[in-house]
Ligand binder design. Structure first.
Ligand SMILES: Nc1nc2c(ncn2[C@@H]2O[C@H](COP(=O)(O)OP(=O)(O)O)[C@@H](O)[C@H]2O)c(=O)[nH]1
Ligand SMILES: [Mg+2]
Length: 414
């Protein structure tokens, strides 16, 4: 398989013509080989070749001392190209890479100098990729500053600067909070909240699968009692993953489900209760009351619970995701965000907008519908996947129009 060659374009003399990368996740059938979510935290591979930044023939070509330093740092952080999880994420980011980094590279290639027109076009690209007004302003300001201070002349020199500032916004230079604050040997409660259709139930199943593989005894709570189908959907996932589910009848009190689930976890010696909740934003007051009650009930018998409250967002909804984060943050204290369906959009810049606007960490990203398609969000790794791949492939998706997530082959609810 020449896929890695296509992904990484690391060879010094790549063939002039390469076949298109499999840019469209909708034509992808196969799930990645089995492994765990946590394993995506790969150790840097010191042996990795310098990443071939799209649009730059060779790093040394325009490397001043400072840039060389950045280059070397980037190189040290380069991930091993045989990591299937990294490859999966890179694949999931295809559309965004083409729409964001690909366009930027084209822009830098087609401009002989750094001028006002270039700034304007760069701004348009960032906004089209949903990077958001706040983050876009910050990026442009930082790049203009770099041009002044480092006396940059070549547009191509801006690519490393762009990656740097995006890294700062995404928190690449701050210690990562990493995965969930859960410990074996006690009952941990994790609430999954979010608007309908964002990916809560699927993410609940993915997390159950992941933590079960880590040796946790996991129990699911079907606290979306709004529709019978929602309970059944979670049941199918529970059976597939091989974990217990606590469920009540449709229309019953979600807080009572959580109460029972915690009691069951204590009785059965389970370590982790994942609570799938309903998301009805059209009745904000009800939602607020429901979530408050769930929190109250879970904390009553189990001090410290819920240990995590994760807001699940759908990357394909663009700026709506920001609005949802605002609303939910008012409703309930959030400890983390999960950004799903990054594979289904060309506008994954939304993750930068989210990081710019909220102090709440993005803990996981969803890059597909399968159980393995959830990855811890590691900014350096994410940037590596976004910037260090061949950008010329899949020209057909340069329109910036993200499409709804792909087929629902793994979705038991469909
Ligand atoms: N492509 C893609 N689809 C996803 C992802 N996460 C969830 N989905 C799909 O989004 C749809 C809604 O998900 P669901 O978990 O039922 O959302 P909920 O209403 O918030 O519980 C389903 O068809 C899922 O398969 C993802 O990361 N990528
Ligand atoms: Mg659901």
């Amino acid at each position: 398989m020449d896929r890695l060659g296509r992904w990484f374009g690391r060879s010094k003399n790549p063939p002039a013509e390469e076949p298109s990368a499999t840019g469209d996740p909708e034509v992808e059938e196969a799930a990645p080989p089995a492994s765990g979510v946590g394993e995506a935290h790969q150790e840097p591979s010191p042996a990795a070749s310098p990443p071939a930044v799209p649009g730059e023939a060779a790093p040394a070509a325009n490397a001043s001392g400072g840039l060389r330093g950045i280059w070397e740092a980037t190189r040290r952080l380069a991930l091993t190209p045989v990591d299937p999880f990294f490859e999966k994420m890179a694949e999931g980011l295809n559309r965004t890479r083409q729409n964001l980094v690909g366009q930027v590279v084209d822009l830098f290639r087609s401009h002989a100098r750094i001028d006002e027109e270039l700034w304007e076009e760069l701004e348009a690209i960032l906004l089209t990729a949903d990077v958001g007004v706040g983050a876009t302003d910050r990026i442009l300001e930082a790049l203009r500053g770099s041009v002044r201070e480092k006396k940059l002349r070549e547009p191509s020199e801006l690519l490393d600067e762009l990656r740097e500032v995006m890294g700062r916004i995404l928190g690449a230079d701050t210690p990562q909070v990493g995965a969930l604050k859960v410990e074996k040997g006690r009952v941990n409660v994790v609430l999954m909240v979010g608007v309908n259709g964002t990916g809560k139930t699927t993410t609940t199943a993915k997390l159950a699968h992941h933590y079960q593989k880590q040796g946790f005894k996991v129990l699911l709570a079907a606290a979306d009692t709004f529709r019978a189908a929602a309970i059944d959907q979670l049941q199918v996932w529970a059976d597939r993953v091989g974990v217990d589910l606590v469920r009540h009848r449709e229309g019953s009190d979600p807080a009572a489900v959580v109460y029972d689930a915690i009691a069951a976890a204590q009785a059965r010696g389970a370590d982790l209760v994942l609570v799938d909740t309903a998301g009805r934003l059209h009745s904000k007051a009800n939602l607020m009351e429901e979530l408050k009650k769930i929190r109250r009930v879970s904390g009553k018998d189990l001090p410290g619970a819920p240990h995590e409250v994760l807001l699940v967002l759908d990357a394909t909804t663009g700026q709506n995701a920001l609005e949802q984060a605002r609303v939910f943050h008012q409703v309930t204290e959030l400890t983390g965000l999960v950004l799903c369906k990054l594979d289904g959009t060309a506008r994954g810049g939304i993750i930068v907008a989210i990081a710019q606007e909220f102090q709440i960490p993005v803990k996981y990203i969803g890059v597909g519908e399968g159980l393995e398609d959830l990855q811890p969000f590691v900014p350096q790794q994410f940037l590596e996947a976004l910037f260090n791949q061949r950008s010329g492939a899949g020209e057909e998706r340069r329109d910036g129009q993200g499409e709804p997530a792909g087929k629902a082959s793994e979705d038991p609810g469909s």
